[in-house]
Write a protein that binds this ligand. Structure first.
Ligand SMILES: Cc1cc2nc3c(=O)[nH]c(=O)nc-3n(C[C@H](O)[C@H](O)[C@H](O)COP(=O)(O)OP(=O)(O)OC[C@H]3O[C@@H](n4cnc5c(N)ncnc54)[C@H](O)[C@@H]3O)c2cc1C
Length: 631
């Protein structure tokens, strides 16, 4: 070890990060009887005080965490947010055409587009939009083929979903049938992650929302084709995109957005961890405010633990964090260290510890332990844009909404039987489709938000509260082809953020330009779905892209200048090292022993349309594989 210790490790496993990957794997290992220490750089979002841009001088926690419709505020709550500023382009001109580009923020120089992350117990599950949509089976098949490991087979992978899910969005007759051993939906009924549906009655009572749903549904059914199949999917799946029968068919069509809430209150790995620690206090220890800074090795090069800094707000992306070093500590693991800091932080920690591209490590005077060129490369994300429509009048369903404790709708949410639009994340309808019939898989998820959402920039979340008369169609492009993004070290200081560049579109690896064409196709698609609302005068103006942006070339330019993403992944992919791989099929870091990665970094290709379902699933799989490795 760098600085040998005679101390006997107290824990079998030390896990870094409590998000979708780390929280899931740590809790399951502890439940399986293992002794686990979890290090989390942030604090408990329900125990902290913090304001947000809507009410900067008030403590908005725990509501920002709890209330589904407040999820935008949670991404900007100053107690839990980590503000990354990422580049979409190296080219300065291309980058600065994005109106979201910032060169400074809060009197500090920054250089990029705001990319929110949560540095808190629960990781990004503490601030995400809670949408849980199952990945495509082809994503798992790809991994099975790549690795030759049949445990990635889609049928087998579904069992991890069944294990973690507590389905509350489908009841009659499936819940009861499952008790008789029949489970055609292959939902999980007794797992730890509750999935709920929230299209509040109040929303359906809003005449304009009703019209939006009606016209969009008719428009989507007409556009998407597969008429007969579509009806049978609708009847079978009841608009639930996670029904196994629809998943098997790569179904397209309209759906609702299932949410990870419990009684319409956010609940994910934070709750999972705290409940597990309460049940097995001798097996799971959670140390908050612990920023892992370096992996520790034995003299024989085996990973034996971690060095970390103890203290609040030690990572510089935590804006407003005081400049202090924290107290240096060590945590030892008798069996393994598991990294789950997410797609930006896991490669950073590997590189800081001497595992990564040799030239980069040497440039920062870091001793090279394993020259692994793939670390931090292959960064992927979705492309997302918003088609923003101003409505003639405020949505009735939002009438009285101040997005604050005690307002009329808040009271409905806070009542014993939670109701009202605050139970939702603002999305009233989703449509899954292919951007062109040539795409092998459905690659667009378009969802209608009753709110104004132009993407992420500092204080973007204020817009939700300031405008009650907007319809945003968010167009999300899945299965992107660009694999040219990268996370590189800015310095060897673990308190600094790494430099992140996604190399969008023309700078990326999608030479055929399919990604750009698909997003443009998505914009045109949602425009067509809005035609009736425009004809009836409910939409008074399309503000973005705007009526003057019509030709394909103009739309392409709009997309290049405005697109964003929030499913960063794939920076430590499973695969052979000579092909840029970082991990073995069982999550071990090549060239090391006693070290694995279990988070959104592990995918060679970004899965599905939403990512968090796949992260939960690989983490359940990892827990099984790791537990089985130590009989
Ligand atoms: C605004 C937003 C909305 C989103 N909405 C959705 C959605 O609706 N549906 C969906 O499918 N996906 C969504 N996502 C994406 C999804 O939430 C993430 O991809 C997922 O949580 C990633 O899981 P992870 O385990 O890789 O990392 P994270 O969940 O980010 O967890 C990483 C954790 O590690 C901790 N950490 C990092 N470095 C260190 C260190 N050195 N020491 C100690 N701790 C450390 C961090 O504090 C964090 O808690 C959203 C993401 C964002 C940003």
């Amino acid at each position: 070890m760098n600085g040998e210790s005679k101390t006997q490790p107290e824990y079998e496993f030390v896990v870094v990060g409590s998000g979708a990957g780390g929280g899931t794997v740590a809790a399951r290992l502890a439940e399986s009887g293992r002794k686990v220490l979890l290090l989390e750089a942030g604090g408990d979002p329900r125990g902290l005080s913090g304001g947000d841009p809507h009410c900067p001088n008030e403590n908005r926690l725990p509501d920002d965490y709890d209330v589904p419709v407040f999820h935008g505020f949670s991404t900007e709550n100053d107690a839990i947010k980590w503000d990354f500023f990422v580049r979409h382009y190296s080219d300065n001109q291309a980058q600065q055409r994005d109106p979201k580009f910032c060169s400074s923020w809060q009197d500090q120089p920054v250089d990029g587009v705001f990319y929110p992350r949560a540095g808190a117990l629960g990781g990004c599950t503490a601030h995400n939009a809670m949408i849980l949509v199952y990945p495509h089976n082809a994503d798992w098949k790809y991994l099975a083929t790549l690795t030759g490991d049949t445990s990635w087979d889609p049928r087998n992978m579904r069992k991890y979903f069944e294990k973690l899910e507590s389905c509350r969005n489908r009841f009659f007759p499936y819940r009861w049938l499952s008790k008789l051993g029949m489970n055609p939906t292959r939902h999980g009924w007794n797992g730890w992650l509750r999935i709920e549906k929230s299209i509040p009655d109040a929303a359906l009572a809003d005449h304009n929302v009703e019209k939006l749903l009606y016209y969009s549904a008719i428009g989507a059914l007409k556009e998407i084709g597969h008429k007969f199949k579509n009806w049978s999917w609708t009847l079978e799946g009841q608009l639930d995109p996670n029904d196994w029968r629809l998943v098997k068919d790569n179904a397209v069509g309209i759906c609702y957005t299932p949410l990870t809430t419990r009684g319409h209150q956010r609940a994910a790995t934070r709750e999972r961890l705290l409940e597990t620690a309460q049940k097995f206090p001798d097996r799971l220890t959670i140390e908050l405010n612990a920023l892992a800074t370096k992996i520790l090795f034995s003299e024989s090069n085996r990973v034996i633990g971690l060095e970390y800094l103890s203290g609040e707000r030690l990572y510089r992306p935590h804006v407003g964090a005081p400049k202090r070093a924290g107290e240096k500590k060590q945590a030892l693991a008798s069996k393994e260290v598991i990294l789950a800091g997410g797609a930006f932080n896991t490669p950073q920690l590997l590189m800081l510890s001497g595992i990564g591209p040799k030239s980069q490590l040497e440039a920062h005077d870091i001793r090279v332990r394993v020259n692994l060129p793939g670390v931090g490369k292959n960064l992927q994300d979705r492309y997302e844009v918003g088609v923003i429509n101003r409505m003639r009048e405020d949505w009735t369903v939002l009438s009285g909404a101040q997005f604050a404790k005690g307002d009329r709708i808040y009271k409905q949410w806070a009542a014993k039987r939670r109701q009202g639009v605050y139970t939702s994340n603002g999305a009233v309808l989703g449509v899954i489709t292919r951007s062109t019939l040539q795409r092998p898989l459905p690659d667009l998820f378009c969802f209608a938000l009753v709110g104004l959402f132009k993407g992420y920039f500092p204080e973007y979340s204020k817009l939700f509260a300031e405008h009650l008369n907007y319809l945003t169609w968010a167009v999300l492009k899945g299965h992107t082809n660009n694999r040219a993004g990268e996370v590189v070290l800015r310095s060897s200081d673990p308190q600094d953020a790494p430099a992140i560049n996604f190399h969008y579109f023309q700078e990326g690896s999608d030479n055929a330009g399919e990604d750009l064409d698909s997003v443009v196709a998505g914009v045109k698609f949602v425009r067509r779905m809005s035609t009736k609302l425009r004809e009836e005068g409910l939409i008074v103006q399309e503000e973005l892209p705007g009526d003057n942006i019509q030709t394909d070339n103009d739309l392409k330019e709009f997309v290049r200048d405005h697109a964003w993403g929030h499913h960063a992944s794939c920076t430590c992919p499973i695969g052979r090292p000579e092909e840029g791989g970082v991990l073995t099929t069982d999550f071990r870091v090549h060239g090391t022993s006693g070290l694995r990665v279990v988070d959104a970094s592990v995918f060679p290709r970004i899965p599905g349309l939403f990512i968090v379902s796949a992260v939960y699933m690989i983490a359940e799989k990892a827990a099984e594989v790791i537990h089985a490795a130590y009989p």
